[in-house]
Design a protein around this ligand. Structure first.
Ligand code: ZN
Length: 410
């Protein structure tokens, strides 16, 4: 990859990290210059020293009052009930000093709001855009020429800033290769303990990927695996997958395949808008029936491209050719349209410009966004040697939460 592209990726990541310090209180001091209510008492108006007028509805302040009657301090939760909210109970008096505003409502209730509390909750366009930006928004799209971001296993475990960078890269780029991990099982658990906890599925907590007879999943054979997202038959498919290579197969074959589904969806939107729309609209049935960690019978319907209502963009790819059910809840005249769109999508996934191919080395862990990347592997000859991978999942909720904690304490 060209140096310029590397720098751009780094700049984008740094810009993002700096723009999104997540904390309960602002680090900036925003002394209050002026505060008053409007004539009808429905609004509080506050001017900070940046000379910009900010308005806060009385209803919002009433609902967010942090007095002991309204707010439970140790759980940081509202105790005031929505049924207690009285929209006719408007602001009667507003007093302020540099650091706080005291509001008195018509019923005599008093609430105090600090400068930082008010500043962080401004209803300005910039602040609203900042607040509604998700950690996985604005992804950096990845073609096959992209060199995988790497991190050292021990550093990720022991250095919180490396853990933060690794998780932020996972959010924005969607894939990280963690190197120099152990050559035995248990490494994944150590890594996930630093983030949160393993997302259990019907394949257990950690699952072992070895070639088996009578395998419950095609992954547990030596047959090639078409690129797919994992567990498309779950209503809540796991957000992130971790694969630890304990022993790589020596010889030809067995290479891993990885493709950025957001990149391919974006290319489809540009070049094949009709097919893109089909994959956004038509829910397909995925299923998995059998016995592994427990007996299971999972069925779920999902469009291939799931759109995020907040952004209108693709937020999740749900596709596995091997788990696509033979029961499909679609009208007969839509069948060919769907297959055509799926073929366009899959052919683009296997386009050498998009398909990342590599062989994991012993001790390496591939961590990737299972809502974004499709993964697969070439077939291999199981008689030529062992191949042993351990895998597990973590949900995005745990990763977002860990990032917030890491950034709050930095
Ligand atoms: Zn109160």
């Amino acid at each position: 990859m060209a140096m310029k592209t590397v720098l751009n990726l780094r700049n984008q990541l740094e810009k993002f990290a700096n723009s999104r310090k997540l904390s309960f209180t602002s680090n900036k001091l925003a002394p209050i210059k002026y505060a008053e209510r409007n004539n009808s008492g429905t609004l509080l108006k506050v001017e900070f020293t940046d000379d910009k007028a900010n308005e806060y509805p009385s209803s919002f302040l009433q609902d967010n009052c942090t007095c002991p009657q309204c707010f439970h301090p140790s759980s940081l939760s509202r105790t005031r009930k929505m049924t207690q909210l009285n929209l006719q109970n408007v602001l009667e008096k507003v007093e302020f000093n540099l650091n706080q505003v005291k509001c008195t409502w018509g019923d005599g209730h008093e609430g105090v709001f600090t400068e930082n509390w008010l500043f962080d909750r401004r209803f300005t366009t910039d602040n609203i855009n900042y607040l509604k930006t998700g950690l996985r928004d604005d992804p950096i799209l990845v073609e096959s020429s992209h060199k995988l971001h790497t991190a050292n296993f021990n550093q990720v475990l022991n250095d919180k800033s490396v853990l933060n960078d690794t998780l932020m890269t996972l959010c924005k780029v969607g894939v990280v290769l963690i190197q120099d991990g152990p050559l035995e099982v248990g490494g994944l658990r150590k890594l996930v303990d630093k983030i949160g906890f393993i997302r259990q599925t019907h394949y257990g907590h950690e699952f072992t990927v070895k070639s088996e007879k009578n395998a419950a999943n095609l992954a547990y054979t030596s047959i090639h695996l078409c690129v797919h997202t994992d567990l498309p038959y779950y209503v809540y498919p796991p957000g992130v997958q971790l694969l630890h290579c304990i022993k790589q197969f020596v010889g030809d074959g067995g290479r891993s395949h990885l493709v950025d589904g957001f990149l391919v969806a974006d290319k489809m939107l540009q070049a094949y808008p009709k097919e893109f729309k089909t994959l956004c609209k038509v829910p397909l049935e995925f299923s998995d029936v059998g016995k592994d960690f427990i007996e299971f019978n999972k069925v779920h319907h999902s469009p291939t491209f799931v759109l995020e209502p907040r952004t209108g963009k693709v937020t999740r790819i749900v596709y596995s050719n091997q788990q696509l059910s033979s029961y499909q809840p679609i009208p007969i005249d839509q069948v060919d349209e769907v297959y055509h769109a799926l073929k366009v999508f899959t052919d683009l996934c296997y386009d050498p410009k998009n398909l990342i191919q590599f062989k994991l080395n012993d001790g390496e862990m591939l961590v990737f966004d299972n809502w974004r990347y499709l993964h697969g592997r070439e077939g291999f000859d199981p008689s030529a040697g062992d191949r042993h991978l351990e895998g597990c999942y973590v949900d995005w909720d745990e990763i977002f939460s860990r990032i917030r904690i890491l950034q709050e304490k930095s």
